[in-house]
Design a protein around this ligand. Structure first.
Ligand SMILES: O=P(O)(O)OC[C@H]1O[C@H](OP(=O)(O)OP(=O)(O)O)[C@H](O)[C@@H]1O
Ligand SMILES: O=c1[nH]c(=O)c2nc[nH]c2[nH]1
Ligand SMILES: [Mg+2]
Length: 167
């Protein structure tokens, strides 16, 4: 689902995102043990920092994938895989790795992540129904036709009054 076809905008403030990422950390705290954390860039970098702080992980790597050009999903590209060092720390199939992303939508990204580290624990802050079965842990589910607007992609702007047709 792209931003153009999604019917329901779901704007998330920094405050809300911090709360939701902390809720994810609470849930993950009992799900380990984890030896290292992996952030799925770029969106996963923000919750990864919050989760790492909360559950005390200091060995952190990135898995760099790209598929959306702004709001349109294209060919999935792995720009950087997991380092040999992190795979050694994570063990066979990445079973000691906690992999964090901001959201799972169609599940295309999570599927690629799963191929790279089949035994890792994959977590996302937000999940849409198509992607939900591909992650081990998430916090908030939104409908498939929702577009989540993250605080790092948005800014304050004038809102027309509701009676003038505001969404
Ligand atoms: O479940 P999917 O349909 O694959 O969509 C979810 C992915 O899409 C977004 O990343 P994007 O590829 O836009 O890159 P970014 O994190 O750099 O913004 C988001 O951060 C997830 O990683
Ligand atoms: O900012 C975003 N919001 C979304 O809902 C979404 N789905 C995939 N990629 C996304 N990016
Ligand atoms: Mg991403």
């Amino acid at each position: 689902m792209s931003e153009e076809t999604a019917r329901k905008p779901f704007p998330v403030s920094w405050d809300q995102f911090h709360r939701d990422a902390r809720a994810l950390a609470w849930r993950l705290n009992g799900a380990g043990p984890f030896q290292a954390l992996v952030a799925v860039t770029r969106g996963g970098l923000v919750p990864a920092a919050i989760v790492a702080r909360e559950i005390g992980l200091r060995v952190i790597d990135t898995l760099c994938v790209a598929s959306y050009d702004h709001t349109t999903q294209g060919e999935m590209q792995v720009l950087k895989g997991l380092s040999d060092a992190i795979m050694k720390v994570g063990g066979e199939g990445g079973k000691g790795l906690l992999i964090v992303d901001d959201l799972v939508d169609t599940g295309k990204t999570a599927r690629v992540v799963r191929q790279i580290a089949p035994k890792a624990h994959i977590a996302a802050v937000y999940a849409k129904p198509m992607g939900k079965p591909l992650v081990d842990t998430f916090i908030t589910e939104v409908s498939q036709d929702t577009w989540i607007f993250f605080p790092w992609d948005t800014g304050l702007s004038f809102q027309p009054p509701i009676r003038d047709g505001a969404a």
